[in-house]
Design a protein around this ligand. Sequence first.
Ligand SMILES: Cc1cc2nc3c(=O)[nH]c(=O)nc-3n(C[C@H](O)[C@H](O)[C@H](O)COP(=O)(O)OP(=O)(O)OC[C@H]3O[C@@H](n4cnc5c(N)ncnc54)[C@H](O)[C@@H]3O)c2cc1C
Length: 220
Amino acid sequence: MLMTEFTIDDRNRIRRKPDRGRFERDVIYPIIDEALICHVGFVEDGQPFVIPTLHARLDDSLILHGARASRMLKHIQAGHPVCATFTLVDGLVLARSVFNHSMNYRSAVVFGRGRLIEADDEKMHALEALTEHIARGRWAEARQPTIKEMNATTVVGITIEQASAKMRTGPPGDDEADYALPIWAGVLPLGEQAGAPLPDPRLREGIPVPDSVRGFSRTP
Ligand SMILES: Cc1cc2nc3c(=O)[nH]c(=O)nc-3n(C[C@H](O)[C@H](O)[C@H](O)COP(=O)(O)OP(=O)(O)OC[C@H]3O[C@@H](n4cnc5c(N)ncnc54)[C@H](O)[C@@H]3O)c2cc1C
């Protein structure tokens, strides 16, 4: 994979607070890989739709899957343009003034066009990437898909043509006069953390919690 910058034009140029923008693959791809879900935006007959879904990334492609009847997947496999966003919230920024409240975040916006992934080996590799995106190591632990399950699943790959990342870090930025106010201000860090695993009530006895669950972490 080439760790280069995406080309910048009117589609992905960050106009609002451009100092927070980044265009390098090695900044953008870790955001995509850490995010559990993405939101896929597309326009049909002039109506915009934004649909949340599970994703994975393989090199410069975004992988999505779902039922054959999915409108979103039909739109993507037809090669129409799509935009997907990924958001990681790192903290709540609590300022002295309500006006300056914000969030610390890392987000990515990608643009591209999709294609149907049909070849069995490529489709299997894409499904493995989606499973591994949920929990690293899970593909090898779980039962592999049957031909019937494969046939019932549409898998698409979206070539990432352009992308941008934007991020905010640091404390609140209050107005100078407000720093004298007797109001608590600061950052409340937030992150995605797993709780204690809840075994399926129908789990057979004697099956230990597997590595993918014990070692779960969202950090790529
Ligand atoms: C958790 C979170 C909370 C936010 N809260 C607010 C809020 O309350 N109000 C607000 O105005 N903005 C908020 N933002 C920032 C928001 O995402 C936009 O960046 C901002 O509103 C400017 O939008 P625009 O369409 O004018 O951007 P423009 O700068 O005109 O967008 C041009 C291009 O820049 C890129 N771009 C823009 N925003 C992002 C982004 N966030 N990540 C990656 N690429 C981007 C895209 O490629 C886009 O096509 C928040 C962002 C996050 C992640």
